[in-house]
Ligand binder design. Structure first.
Ligand SMILES: *Cc1c(COP(=O)(O)O)cnc(C)c1O
Length: 764
């Protein structure tokens, strides 16, 4: 299968090239040269990922089939168990929001990065890719997650300051990947999209980036790699309807699609062209009803003000993917002409045969009322975008129609809550809880966690500054991330540690300022460790400058010094041009720190057992069952390591030794197996906790709070003062209960839910 430019069908490329480039040189979009046939009735028993593989294999013909399957399975592992689910109520809702970022954009954006990485590798392309993406809210976060710390691919997201929901903004601004930057710009989505397109067509910028070995690409739905994965769920929905006897094999059904950039519905058109029995594809718009006008009058007129609505992901005036449909209905010559007109005067006319489409739009009030009606009549909660589609389905009196449910209602909590007639709070996170109390609909895990996440991206600019920001972003130095760690787990004193998903990060560059560098070496552990590494190898030291972002609290038993040490060593390896060999880094880090308990998990990720013998470190890594999660209680009390060491006795009884040996072996096994009852017993310790816990203020009260919760158990993290609680991963109530009770004590505590870190320290 080859891909042609909509503006010049003689420009043909392979699927790998089309995906990497994102947009054709002539400004056109890539389209497949033909539509392969696929009969869903022959594939009624395929799982989602199998179906995805079967369909994408027809389009991505230059991918090795087995490897494509591997990529698909890996990508969709980030989804909840039901990747995509049809909810049968009065209408049929295709729920497309069970991915990491709770909108349908995840379907393509979990996969696209892996397709790109494969394409780059197999085509032998070594240059860095810079993804530039404009977002109306959902694409941004889905792309940031998809490209999370990918090697050799950086991502810059532009979103309109006033155009996204609170939750969408929080999702993007808290993204901590080292390869990303999120910028909020004055203006609306069209401004952001136009600015991004302008950079794609700017020869000077492209040249300057090329000199730095960087090539631009897009994660917007102008990239064909965004569109193809979306075809799959149309087939899947049909399969589900047949399997559930809602229709007979061969019956025609319709789809009603909340539409903005015309990507989602175009994927439905592709499904129809491939042979899926589709009656109508219904284009559902909000007050920005350019498309409704176009499909009823033949004139596309973007000369109007963009209205800010409660369905912000559809607040778009220039729907990029319409260009593809016009190509399929005419020719490259005509597309070129129409797009020139659109560019110059924001208007064009095209009379085509669109018999398979229907369209309509819903006003703000209609959308609100629909949310309320559906909830009151059927107890089913839908978001604002889905409500637009449901409203139009009703208005057009459509039969046998699947409504695409494109986002979780929790992404728009305040709007949905007020549509239900409830009072809303000025705190959006409170609205999430209120919406849950009112409806009982499950809150997506990642949205729940947002509240305690740190805002990382704060850049806000006017749109004429975008080019500067892109170039500045491209010129950044190397970056390192090292996770927090919790050592001395229960009876595993000086032996067991675990890496947590809270990290110190830095950017570093070479510097000429030797004086400042020397001063830093004297006072700062990162610089010290950097220098130590050069001395270790007998190499001449090269001065650098670190720009540090610390997230791990200091002197709280969460491995902040281990993180600094590993960071300095890794920077030294990079400057010396050495491969970041984990064993070597561990050896040096252990020499500096004196013990491997924290540095080992910081380097290797997951949980690690370590032994230091005659200057040599032995490590064994293991994975903790996903039945457990960790909750850190961090007090403002600093416990000095020296004091914590002083209180320990010189000798222990045989009984105490046996006690700990039996517990620690049970501890490791139950952490792996997920057995709660055994873990509870195995967390007891006789070596350090009985002595050290006495140093922690208010410890009896903290103990009592934890005892009275559903927690499995707790232990003193490192030498303290953090108390680490282990909870069942499906425990949704203990965290806020514990937090509320701690708030009533006299000292102040920070409560932080932490996942296990799976990546370890890394440099990009
Ligand atoms: C992006 C988005 C849409 C619009 O999809 P297009 O492919 O741009 O037409 C609708 N609803 C939600 C929730 C979205 O995120």
């Amino acid at each position: 299968m080859r891909y042609l430019s909509t503006r010049n069908s003689n420009l043909k490329v392979s699927s790998r090239e089309a995906i990497l480039k994102g947009i054709s040189e002539d400004g056109g979009l890539y389209v497949p040269e033909s539509f392969p046939k696929f009969d869903i009735l022959d594939h009624l028993d395929l799982s989602y990922t199998q179906l995805c593989h079967a369909i994408l294999s027809l389009y991505l013909t230059d991918f090795v089939s087995d490897e494509l399957l591997e990529i698909i399975e890996k990508s969709y592992a980030s989804f909840e168990q039901d990747i995509c689910k049809v909810a049968y109520h009065k209408d049929y809702y295709l729920e497309l929001y069970h991915g990491r970022t709770s909108a349908f954009k995840d379907f393509a954006l979990c996969l696209l990065p892996n397709l790109m990485i494969y394409a780059k590798k197999s085509l032998g392309i070594n240059e860095k890719t810079l993804i530039l993406t404009a977002t109306s809210g959902d694409t941004g976060k889905a792309a940031l997650e998809g490209f999370y710390n990918t090697e050799n691919i950086d991502i810059l997201v532009l979103y309109p300051t006033e155009g996204v929901s609170c939750i969408q903004k929080a999702q993007m601004d808290t993204t901590s990947s080292l390869n990303s930057k999120v910028i909020s710009i004055d203006g609306n989505f069209d401004d952001a999209q136009t600015a991004a397109k302008k950079i794609f067509n700017d020869k000077d910028i492209k040249e300057e980036l090329k000199n730095q070995n960087i090539c631009l690409s897009s994660a917007n739905s102008i990239n064909i790699g965004r569109l193809l994965p979306q075809i799959v769920y149309y087939f899947y929905a049909y399969q589900d309807l047949v399997n559930n006897k809602k229709i007979s094999a061969g019956d025609k059904i319709s789809f009603c699609v909340p539409t903005g950039n015309f990507g989602d519905i175009l994927a439905g058109y592709y499904a129809k062209e491939m042979g899926l029995p589709i009656e109508k594809l219904v284009i559902a718009s909000n007050d920005n009803n350019v498309l409704t006008d176009f499909f009823t009058t033949g004139t596309y007129d973007a000369n109007r003000d963009l209205v800010k609505t409660i369905s912000p992901s559809m607040d778009i005036l220039v729907s990029s993917n319409l260009e593809r449909l016009i190509y399929h209905k005419s020719s490259d010559e005509i597309v070129k002409q129409k797009m020139t007109e659109l560019n110059e005067s924001k208007i064009f006319t095209f009379e085509g045969d669109f018999h398979e489409f229907k369209c309509g739009y819903a006003t703000e009030n209609e959308t609100r009322n629909t949310i309320k009606e559906v909830f009151e009549d059927e107890g089913y909660l839908i978001d604002t975008h889905t409500a637009v589609a449901k409203n139009i389905t009703d208005k057009l009196g459509l039969d046998k129609t699947v409504i695409l449910s494109t986002a979780s209602p929790y992404k728009f909590s305040s709007t949905v809550l007020s549509a239900l007639g409830e009072n809303i709070s000025s705190d959006e996170f409170e609205n999430i809880d209120l919406l849950y109390e009112k409806t009982g609909a499950k809150i997506p895990t990642e949205i729940k966690k947002l509240h305690s996440k740190k805002i990382i991206h704060k850049t806000k600019i006017t749109k004429d500054k975008i080019e500067d920001e892109v170039l500045k972003f491209a010129k950044r130095g190397k970056r390192i991330s090292v996770p927090a760690t919790s050592a001395n787990i229960g009876p595993g004193f000086d032996a067991l540690g675990v890496a947590l998903d809270l990290a110190n990060t830095c950017e570093f560059k070479l510097t000429d300022d030797e004086n400042t560098f020397e001063k830093n070496v004297e006072s700062n552990l990162i610089y010290k460790s950097y220098k130590y590494t050069f001395d270790f190898y007998g190499e001449k030291i090269v001065p650098v400058e670190f720009d540090l972002d610390t997230n791990i609290p200091m002197s709280r038993g969460l491995g902040s010094s281990a993180a600094c040490i590993v960071m300095g060593i890794m920077a030294a390896f990079s400057v010396m041009g050495k491969n970041p060999d984990e064993k070597e880094i561990l050896k040096i880090a252990t020499q500096i720190e004196g013990h491997p308990d924290n540095v080992a998990p910081a380097i290797f990720a997951d949980a690690v057992a370590s032994i230091l013998k005659d200057d040599e470190v032995f490590v064994e890594k293991f994975e903790i069952s996903d039945k457990f999660k960790f909750l850190a209680i961090i007090s403002d009390f600093e416990l000095s390591t020296q004091k914590a060491r002083e209180v320990l006795p010189e000798n222990y009884t045989k009984n105490d030794a046996v006690f700990n040996i039996s517990r620690v072996s049970m501890l490791v096994l139950s952490l792996i197996s997920g057995n709660e009852d055994n873990l509870k017993i195995a967390l007891e310790d006789k070596i350090h906790e009985p002595y050290r816990l006495q140093l922690i203020p208010e410890i009896e009260k903290i103990d009592e709070i934890i005892e009275n919760s559903d927690a499995i158990g707790h232990y003193l993290s490192g030498a303290g003062s953090t108390i680490m609680i282990i909870l069942k991963s499906d425990d949704t109530t203990s965290e806020s209960e514990i937090r509320n009770k701690l708030n009533k004590l006299s000292n102040s505590y920070e409560v932080m839910q932490l996942d296990i870190d799976k990546k370890g320290a890394f440099i990009i």
